[in-house]
Design a protein around this ligand. Structure first.
Ligand SMILES: Nc1ncnc2c1ncn2[C@@H]1O[C@H](COP(=O)(O)OP(=O)(O)OP(=O)(O)O)[C@@H](O)[C@H]1O
Ligand SMILES: [Mg+2]
Length: 422
């Protein structure tokens, strides 16, 4: 385990070892009258020490008057917790607190030197009071001062480690989010490159395909169609060419070569019509539809592109429910500028290890000939064009939900600033 991921108990053990090994522990770490006396002294002087401390440090650390009561209270509580540890070294509440707060609490908001100098000042103020109170008993004063120093050294060692640990942790988090961003970037560059490649190929293939389709049609007119095998073969050829053309349409949409004209789109209406269009397909696959239309209004987008998004998601949902099931389509406006569209199914779900791949072009789990793996890539690239996002939640064997969040200002605003949504 790296040094700075150690739990509190390991910190405490390690620093106790350092202190013992370096001969910094003249006073054993167990209860004693001396410890009780010092703890009682700290407790009884805590209030006045904190008040003098605050007056001294506030201008140096630029502490606003409004924050002084809270900081004073925190320091008072910290002193009382420290006194408990001094009296009974097995009570480590004070370090549990510092361990926690160096990461998430007020301590983490300032540099270590600032916090440590504040602590040093507290020690000095306590020492001054000890010197006054025990002026007549120099032996006891020496013992108490030495115990105070021992405990203070231990405290400083802990605080130093806690600070470094907290910063290491922050750095690690930053590196992780940097890595995530980087891989997202690589991903989107990869998608763009594949998109361009696909567009090039699609253009090249579209024309010859059109010619082949015409030729097949002509052949159908010319040849002896009494022979059923010939008619059947021609029919198959036509169907397969149509399928290839559909794939090309997808590829072109994916590579942004599809229609991009913007228009006012009534989202609920478009979804209703899309579902109507697919009514037969849904019924044939024993899929019932549950809808919930929110007040989402009109969006400024390309209607064909959005329809393509909906078609792809609905088709995927149906394909995920080979025995039938339920499709949920909901719209909802979160806030004035965001619309959420939900597509849920009760299908087979998506395996955890596939969740990161499903938006990749050509990723498919379907049999060859059943899916090209372009559906969700198209969805992703269309939504990206409108600065929308899509997220997926899935539970194998229970179903999948795709959530689309689309920035969608109300119609008037959108119409005024189409540039914002392109
Ligand atoms: N609703 C869903 N339920 C379960 N799996 C899904 C769902 N939607 C997508 N998937 C998974 O994601 C993969 C990729 O989907 P995508 O739509 O991109 O391609 P496809 O459906 O396989 O092929 P195409 O859409 O090109 O015909 C699918 O093969 C499937 O494994
Ligand atoms: Mg699909």
């Amino acid at each position: 385990m790296p040094l700075f991921e150690q739990p509190l108990a390991a910190h405490l053990r390690r620093i106790a070892n350092y202190m013992r090994g370096c001969g910094l522990v003249p006073w054993p770490r167990r209860r004693s009258p001396l410890r009780t006396e010092l703890a009682a002294f700290i407790r009884s002087h805590a209030a006045e020490v904190v008040s003098e401390w605050m007056a001294r440090i506030a201008p140096v650390f630029d502490i606003q008057a409004s924050l002084m009561p809270e900081i004073s209270q925190n320091m008072y509580d910290a002193l009382v917790r420290w006194a408990k540890h001094i009296e009974d070294p097995s009570n480590t509440e004070t370090y549990a607190y510092l361990h926690q707060h160096a990461r998430h609490g007020f301590i983490s908001h300032s540099p270590a030197s600032r916090f440590l100098s504040g602590q040093m000042k507290i020690r000095l103020l306590l020492l001054e009071r000890l010197q006054t109170a025990y002026a007549a008993d120099r032996r006891r004063l020496a013992e108490l001062a030495s115990l105070l120093d021992q405990e203070f050294s231990e405290r400083i060692l802990h605080i130093t480690d806690f600070f470094v640990e907290a910063h290491e942790e922050a750095l690690r988090n930053e590196q992780e989010s940097h890595k995530r961003l980087e891989s997202q970037l690589i991903q989107s560059e990869k998608m763009a490159a594949i998109g361009q490649l696909a567009a090039g190929i699609a253009h090249e293939i579209r024309n010859p395909l059109g010619i082949i389709l015409n030729a097949v049609y002509d052949l159908g007119q010319i040849v002896d169609t009494d022979k059923p095998e010939i008619g059947e073969d021609l029919q198959i050829a036509q169907e397969e060419i149509a399928r290839a053309q559909e794939i090309i349409t997808n590829l072109l949409e994916f590579s942004r070569d599809g229609g991009t004209e913007l228009e006012a789109v009534d989202l609920n209406d478009l979804l209703r019509k899309t579902l109507q269009l697919m009514q037969k397909y849904l019924a044939n696959h024993h899929v019932t539809v549950e809808t919930a239309w929110g007040e989402v209004g009109t969006c400024f987008a390309n209607q064909n592109a959005l329809r393509q998004v909906f078609l792809n998601l609905i088709t995927n949902a149906v394909q995920a429910m080979p025995q039938g099931g339920q499709l949920r389509v909901r719209t909802q406006r979160h806030d004035p500028t965001q619309v959420r569209i939900e597509f849920g199914d009760t299908g087979v779900g998506i395996a955890q290890e596939h969740l990161t791949d499903i938006f990749n072009p050509f990723f498919t789990t379907k049999e060859p000939g059943q899916g090209t793996g372009l559906g969700l890539s198209v969805v992703h690239s269309v939504l990206k064009r409108y600065q929308g996002t899509i997220t997926v939640r899935s539970e194998p064997e229970r179903g999948t939900t795709f959530l689309i969040d689309l920035p969608c200002p109300c119609h008037q605003d959108a119409a005024l600033s189409p540039a914002d949504v392109t």
